[in-house]
Design a protein around this ligand. Structure first.
Ligand SMILES: Cc1ncc(COP(=O)(O)O)c(C=O)c1O
Length: 409
């Protein structure tokens, strides 16, 4: 099989653990056995926490076995080099350079490392949108409470019809006091792809640093971090790239607006970006070391072809559910990834309780594992399409969503 897009790995072969993927795999439920996913459930929320194939988990375990065979040797002599080897492969996939990429636990800790490395004064503004992931909103609120800075959240109303609306909303929110722009690459609640290149360009034009939260992006959209041109880009490999949990990263631009430090400062303090992030105390690095195996798995399932197929199927499914139920989508298909968020009926309050009620109803009564998200102050049904999904997985979902929405109201 040949590599599919410019920055994707050239090295493809047998999957770790000995499993092989057909040269031209058909996608669908029969692939569930490559993951350890329960066959009786309809898994429609890959975007939530990803899911790691058994072969990639086996690769992770083999790193753990190596670590435990001689822990002092592993940590003192081997790990520093192994981390940089893995970083080189991951950087190549993500479109950045190894010396500008470091591993963190997840997007949340990557974003917090950036935020807490920056200086803010009273009334300095940190600009984001009302689509921001709530964990990041909280991280900014915490920062604001410690520094006197102000969180400024601009509305990007639903439905989002084109990318220009997003850039305009952000531009209109900039003031003389804006010190940082924080935006999601792919939003969680509204499942919308934001025009991060244009937002980063806007930041450069105005001399305002930009942090992109790409928690969903690797393996979901074609990603070239260098081309985006933001100061900092954080993301997860455990979601759409199917790496083990704990495989986050932070990437810095060639000339980031400020140096950043990990949340835990350790022996390498003052020795530079990668040295500091590579050494944050004793921890299990196996999830990071297994990311290259996940990249190979993704490539063997088709790479860009898989991403396109997932996106096209999600658009088809979302279109037909919307047509059958009248549930509106959050954005136009041009801005939708291999996920779609559709507003539930019943004017449900956007509370955790209401969301849990709808989720549990869809799961308990119908066997659908879905995400019930908040966007524009309303609850939405969010679906995801991964390689192991097929159109049949969504049969009956439209009727079930209507019933659950109205019953929970
Ligand atoms: C946009 C966005 N940012 C951040 C996160 C947080 O990811 P994690 O919990 O892995 O840090 C998520 C998780 O779904 C997300 O969707």
């Amino acid at each position: 099989m040949t590599a599919t897009v410019g920055r994707e790995p050239r090295r493809e072969g047998a999957l770790p653990g000995g499993a092989e993927v057909e040269a031209a795999p058909g996608y669908g439920r029969h692939l569930l056995t490559m993951w350890g996913l329960e066959p009786t459930v309809r898994h429609l929320n890959h975007g939530g926490f990803g899911a790691t194939p058994l072969s990639v988990l086996e690769e992770q375990r083999s790193w753990q076995r190596r670590m435990e065979a001689n822990p002092p040797r592993f940590f003192m002599s081997e790990l520093p080099h192994l981390l940089r080897v893995a970083a080189a492969e991951v950087a190549s996939f993500l479109g950045t350079e190894p010396d500008r990429l470091a591993f963190v636990d997840n997007a949340t800790s990557g974003a917090s490392a950036v935020l807490r490395s920056l200086d803010f004064g009273t009334d300095d503004e940190i600009l984001t949108t009302d689509h921001v992931y709530n964990a990041l909103r909280n991280a900014i609120r915490y920062l604001a409470s410690r520094t006197g800075a102000v969180l400024r959240e601009v509305a990007v109303p639903l439905p989002v019809r084109d990318a220009g609306e997003i850039v305009e909303a952000i531009e209109a929110g900039l003031t003389q006091r804006t010190r940082l722009i924080v935006v999601d690459h792919v939003t969680s609640g509204s499942a919308t792809i934001f025009p991060v290149e244009a937002i980063a360009a806007l930041g450069r034009e105005r001399g305002i640093p930009v942090l992109i939260d790409g928690a969903h992006a690797p393996g979901l959209v074609d990603l070239d971090i260098e081309a985006i041109g933001a100061d900092w880009y954080v993301g997860n490999c455990h979601k759409w790239l199917c790496a083990p949990k704990g495989a986050g990263f932070v990437a810095v631009s060639r000339a980031p607006a400020a140096a950043i430090h990990p949340l835990a400062i350790s022996h390498a303090y003052g020795q530079g970006f990668t040295a500091e992030f590579d050494k944050t105390g004793t921890r299990d690095a196996s999830a990071w070391l297994a990311i290259p195996a996940a990249i190979r798995f993704h490539a063997q399932l088709g790479g860009a072809r898989l991403r396109q197929r997932n996106r096209a199927l999600a658009a088809t499914i979302a279109g037909s559910i919307s047509q059958m139920t009248g549930m509106p989508a959050t954005c136009s298909p041009a801005l939708a990834p291999a996920m779609a968020a559709l507003r539930l009926p019943g004017n449900l309050p956007a509370t955790r309780e209401a969301s849990a009620r709808v989720h549990d109803m869809l799961y308990d009564r119908y066997g659908f594992e879905t995400a019930i998200t908040t966007a524009g102050g309303a609850l939405h049904l969010r679906i995801s399409v991964q390689a192991y999904n097929e159109a049949g997985d969504f049969e009956g979902l439209a009727e079930a969503a209507l019933a659950a929405g109205w019953t929970a109201a």
